[in-house]
Design a protein around this ligand. Structure first.
Ligand SMILES: Cc1ncc(COP(=O)(O)O)c(C=O)c1O
Length: 368
C-alpha cells in the first residue's frame, strides 16, 4: 500500500525535539505568542526575503485578515478564480463581500489574465485574490501584479500551496503586495495542527493585520479596531521552527519525486512555466477525458495506491453558492479541468521503488 500522503517518514527526531520543547513551554506556561512565534516570524522574513511576516491561526484567517486590512467589507466585490480550494472564496463571504468568479487558463491552471482585465473594467472590484494552485502560478504573474498596481486594486496572493516556490529567482511571496500561506499539516511547511501566515512589505498593512489578529488591540485593554483572535500559539510555532531546520531536505525529496514523474510518466502532466522553480507541492496528471482517468483510477485502487482529484468541483458549482446571485466570467475551462485532473502520491521521503511502482501501474493502465 502507498498512501497519497504519509506525514510520518523520517519524523522521529523532529517529534522528539518538539516534545522536549512542549515540556519546556508547559513548565513555563508559555502558550500564546512568545519567543517561538518571534523566532518563526524572523526566520521566515529572512528565508522568504520579505519585510513583514505576521503569523495567524490558519490560512483562511490569513486571507480574511488580508481582505480586512484592504478595507474590504459589506457589499464589496472581490475577484477569485474558479479553480482553488473553497477557503479562497469563503474568505470573501466571511468579510461580508461577494466574489466575482472568473475562469482559469488551461496551460497553467491559473487565473485567465484576459478575463481578469475584462472583469476589472466591468466591475471595478475592491480586491483581487489569485491562488497559486499546485505550487506554482500564472505565467503572467508579473503582469497581473503590475496591472493591479496601475489600477490601484490590492492583489492578495493565496500561497497556501506555494511555500518553497521561487518565481523569477526569488521566493514567490517576496515581491507580492500581500500574500498568505497555510501551515495545515499536509502543506509543504506544515505544523502539528493549524496555523497560517501573512506576508507583506507594506508596513501600514502589516501593522493593521497584526492588530486585527489580536482583537484589534493597541495594548492589553485598548482596542483600536474590531478584529478577532487569530494568534498562532507558541507550541505550533515551536514545531514550525524545528520543521524549518529539516525543510531543505524535505523540499529536495519532493522535487526529486516530481522530476521522476515528469521524466517517466507517459500521461500528460501539468507543469509550471520556466519562470518558476517549482516546489513540487503537487503532481498533476491531465487526462484527455473522464474515461481514461477512470481506467487509471481502477488500476490504482486495485493496487492500493492513494490518489486525489484536486479539485473535483469548480468553486462556481459548489452547493454553498446555490440560490445566491454571484457574478461570473467563465469559459468552461475549470469545469472541464475538474474531469481530467488526478494527482499521484508525492510527499517527502517517498522512495524510488514506490515511485517506480506507481509509474509502472499508471503507464500500463494509460497505454492499455
Ligand atoms: C489554496 C488554499 N487556500 C486556503 C487554504 C486554507 O488554509 P487553512 O486550512 O489553513 O485555513 C488552503 C488549505 O488547504 C488552500 O489550499
Amino acid at each position: 500500500m502507498i498512501p497519497f500522503i504519509d506525514l510520518n517518514r523520517n519524523q522521529l527526531k523532529l517529534h522528539k525535539l518538539w516534545l522536549q520543547k512542549v515540556e519546556k513551554h508547559l513548565l513555563s506556561s508559555n502558550f500564546i505568542g512568545g519567543k517561538e512565534v518571534e523566532i518563526l516570524e524572523k526566520t521566515l522574513s529572512e528565508l522568504l526575503k520579505i519585510k513583514n511576516v505576521i503569523t495567524c491561526a490558519n490560512g483562511t484567517d490569513a486571507l480574511q485578515l488580508s481582505l480586512r486590512a484592504c478595507n474590504v467589507s459589506e457589499g464589496d466585490k472581490v475577484v477569485v478564480q474558479d479553480n482553488t480550494f473553497w477557503a479562497t472564496c469563503e474568505s470573501i463571504f466571511n468579510v461580508g463581500a461577494k466574489p466575482i468568479i472568473i475562469d482559469i487558463e488551461e496551460n497553467y491552471a491559473s487565473i485567465d489574465t484576459g478575463l481578469l482585465e475584462d472583469t476589472i473594467k466591468k466591475y471595478k472590484p475592491k480586491a483581487i485574490i489569485i491562488a497559486h494552485i499546485y505550487g506554482w502560478s500564472s505565467n503572467n504573474l508579473s503582469q497581473i501584479r503590475e496591472l493591479c498596481k496601475i489600477k490601484k486594486i490590492p492583489l492578495i496572493e493565496d500561497g497556501a500551496q506555494s511555500f518553497g516556490t521561487e518565481y523569477l529567482n526569488l521566493p514567490i511571496y517576496s515581491d507580492a503586495f500581500l500574500s498568505t500561506t497555510s501551515f495545515y499539516p499536509t502543506k509543504v511547511l506544515g505544523a502539528a495542527g493549524d496555523g497560517g501566515c501573512v506576508f507583506t512589505n507594506d508596513q501600514d498593512i502589516a501593522n493593521k493585520i497584526r492588530k486585527l489578529a489580536n482583537h484589534g488591540r493597541n495594548n492589553q485593554f485598548q482596542h483600536d479596531l474590531i478584529g478577532w483572535n487569530s494568534r498562532l500559539d507558541n507550541l505550533q510555532a515551536a514545531y514550525l521552527n524545528l520543521a524549518l531546520e529539516v525543510f531543505p531536505n524535505k523540499l529536495k525529496s519532493r522535487r526529486k519525486a516530481q522530476n521522476q514523474y515528469l521524466q517517466k510518466l507517459m500521461v500528460p502532466q501539468l507543469q509550471s512555466s520556466q519562470d518558476f522553480f517549482d516546489n513540487a507541492y503537487c503532481q498533476v496528471c491531465l487526462f484527455e477525458n473522464l474515461n481514461i482517468r477512470k481506467k487509471v483510477i481502477s488500476a490504482l485502487e486495485k493496487n492500493n495506491i492513494g490518489y486525489s482529484i484536486i479539485y473535483p468541483t469548480p468553486i462556481s458549482e459548489q452547493k454553498a453558492l446555490k440560490g445566491l446571485t454571484i457574478k461570473k466570467n467563465l469559459k468552461n475551462i475549470s469545469r472541464e479541468f475538474c474531469k481530467r485532473v488526478l494527482s499521484l502520491p508525492l510527499f517527502p521521503y517517498i522512495e524510488n521503488k514506490e515511485l517506480n511502482l506507481i509509474i509502472d501501474i499508471v503507464n500500463s493502465a494509460y497505454l492499455d
